[in-house]
Design a protein around this ligand. Structure first.
Ligand SMILES: C[S@@+](CC[C@H](N)C(=O)[O-])C[C@H]1O[C@@H](n2cnc3c(N)ncnc32)[C@H](O)[C@@H]1O
Length: 290
């Protein structure tokens, strides 16, 4: 990520959610109120103005995003499925007793803000790069802060998750928790991804889950997003948020097992693919990291 600059990809995901709200039938996929809350957040944080939000709602922009699907087939609608998948996992986990939700690389995601009043007994935490997190905090302040939503501004490439949470007196390391990393791990170097999985297993209690999305690797070991992979890798680099990490789906089980997690194929619908990404849920291994 370019130094000190708010995330362009977080802005793109949020604007895509606004545009998806104008696409017929997407209301059956998107979580309730996500479009309205995202619009409010984008404006209140100053990420974009009212005009850009109105423009993003237009059928012309729906057509533009659809046209770009030639580069990343299915990726436009995949953002709606991604929001729905992770929110479903979070609600499911809360139903099973989770009392902490941690969203890593939260960007302008509104799940914490929307769900916090509905679940007053659950503590919501979000971490993002300072440049993005500060803008978001401004927006959340204007929209109405939640007592049980804590926004943390940290670069996880510079400070370890365990240290960040150790300093937060509301964080309970033994609580059943769900960690969400939606559209994050592809932006981290390989060693940082290993380290993050390892640390995630240390900061949560027994029965916790880790829900994340990832881009699969191709035969050459690079992220594989189809025919236009080379162009997309270049574009991501140009905007300063290159895709650095990917893995072959058949190697994921062993990879996470070594880091304190196990795949959860027994949980219904916990490995799905939409657009170029897989959405996965892992369970904390009782033995912790190797
Ligand atoms: C593609 S955006 C996804 C945002 C959000 N999860 C969503 O899906 O709406 C990736 C996010 O990861 C954050 N991020 C990337 N590297 C990070 C790091 N080292 N520490 C903290 N956040 C990071 C970016 O600032 C950005 O908000």
């Amino acid at each position: 990520m370019r130094k000190g600059r708010p995330s362009m990809t977080a802005r793109k995901v949020a604007l895509s959610i606004v545009t998806l709200g104008s696409k017929p039938a997407m209301d059956r996929v998107l979580p309730p109120d996500v479009v309205h809350a995202t619009e409010k957040l984008l404006v209140a944080s100053g990420v974009v103005g009212e005009k850009a939000v109105r423009w993003s709602r237009s059928q012309r922009i729906v057509s533009v995003y659809e046209a770009f699907d030639w580069m990343l087939p299915g990726q436009f609608e995949a953002f709606a499925h991604r929001k729905a998948f992770f929110e479903h996992q979070v609600r499911d986990c809360i139903g099973l007793g989770a009392t902490q939700i941690l969203v890593l690389g939260a960007g302008y995601d509104t799940m914490g803000w929307r769900l916090a009043p509905e679940y007053p007994g659950v503590n919501f935490f979000e971490i993002d790069h300072p440049a993005t997190a500060r803008l978001k905090a401004k927006g959340i302040d204007a929209m109405g802060p939640r007592d049980n939503l804590c926004l943390i501004a940290e670069d996880l490439g510079k400070r370890k998750l365990v240290d960040v949470l150790k300093n937060n007196e509301s964080w309970d390391q033994s609580a059943p928790t769900i960690i969400v990393a939606e559209g994050l791990v592809m932006y981290l170097p390989a060693e940082a991804v290993r380290d993050l999985f390892r640390q995630c297993a240390v900061v949560v209690g027994v029965g916790s889950r880790f829900a994340f999305s990832y881009i699969p690797s191709g035969a050459d070991g690079r992220p594989d997003v189809g025919r236009w992979t080379g162009l997309l890798l270049w574009l991501q680099k140009v905007i300063g948020e290159p895709w650095l990490w990917s893995i072959r789906p058949e190697e994921l089980g062993l990879f996470i097992r070594e880091l304190g997690w196990k795949n959860a194929p027994a949980l219904a619908e916990t490995t799905v693919k939409h657009g170029v990404e897989y959405f996965v849920v892992a369970l904390k291994n009782h033995n912790g990291p190797d």
